[in-house]
Design a protein around this ligand. Sequence first.
Ligand code: WQD
Length: 338
Amino acid sequence: MKILLSGGAGFIGSHTYVELINAGHEAVIVDNLYNASEKVLERLAEITGKPVVFCNADVADKAALSAIFAQHQFDAVIHFAGYKAVGESVAKPLEYYRNNLDTTLTLCECMREAGVSRIVFSSSATVYGALDTMPLEETMVSAGCTNPYGWTKYMNERILLDTAAALPGWSVALLRYFNPIGAHESGRIGEDPVGIPNNLMPYITQVASGKRDHLSVFGDDYDTHDGTGVRDYIHVVDLAKGHVAACEYLKDHQGAEIINLGTGTGYSVLDLVNAFQRVNDIEVPYVITDRRPGDIATCYADPTKAKTLLGWQAEKTLEDMCRDSWRWQSGNPNGYRD
Ligand code: WQD
């Protein structure tokens, strides 16, 4: 298959690119590099041994995107492009709604005009909101999102569900990510947050590398086994393979499916810190601080549907995630800015 990767230069997109090539597919990356480095393209060529087809464009730019669709005969689209910082979305809701919805609407219009009818969307477990029944299962009704970023994911799911219902022949997979961490085994691509990391693993690796003094553990008074927050961490390479499986599923199926991409196992903040220290034989100093507003105690997936429908399940362990995250960070102390 020939796949368009919107936002394909980012953390998940770049790892998905590698797995698509490994699986014998062709891929074209469309990215405006707002939240990604052009250096990742060199790394992808190095890892795959093939030149990367890259279009520097804003996915919300209809003229630019139409020209790209005219240039290539795509079999499917994987849509990653969008702003993704929860805290930033609270401060800048208009920018988040404008960008995250415009990219999706423009993409769908270009697909319809070009006769491309398969799309995999990068959704998130955040759309479940503050449900406290675990594990989370795709048929559960959202408790309501807790930030504009989450609502843009929710609204994009709605746009794609309604489009699949209205347009004959469309196939849609809405992939709800849990907590992607880790990096490609080469250590040449990985998570490269700009500024102070919002997420746990990049913060841990920056403490381990000496870039940050210590980790703040946001609360140890949750109703969990050790009081710290529990999440379903999934290796980014497993997540990437889930996208390949979803693309191949869409070849033979029409309609829309919502699918969790998680391991089904929850680990606490301290479980992750301790695993990271043990696997990498490196200390990660931390202090317990107040809870982060908006955080929930526990969140992990029921991954049954992905196994049944896609024949996919996560295979990498928490130790693999810690080892691969550190290899990326230690080999690239300033990410792609080295
Ligand atoms: C994980 C745990 C924190 C940082 C977010 C988004 C979600 C998705 C993944 C995009 C929690 C604790 C964290 C730190 C800490 N992103 N923590 N100290 O909040 O589960 O999910 O990222 O789709 O949409 O909401 O991930 O990594 O921020 O937090 O103690 O410095 O680590 O309290 O328990 P989260 P996270």
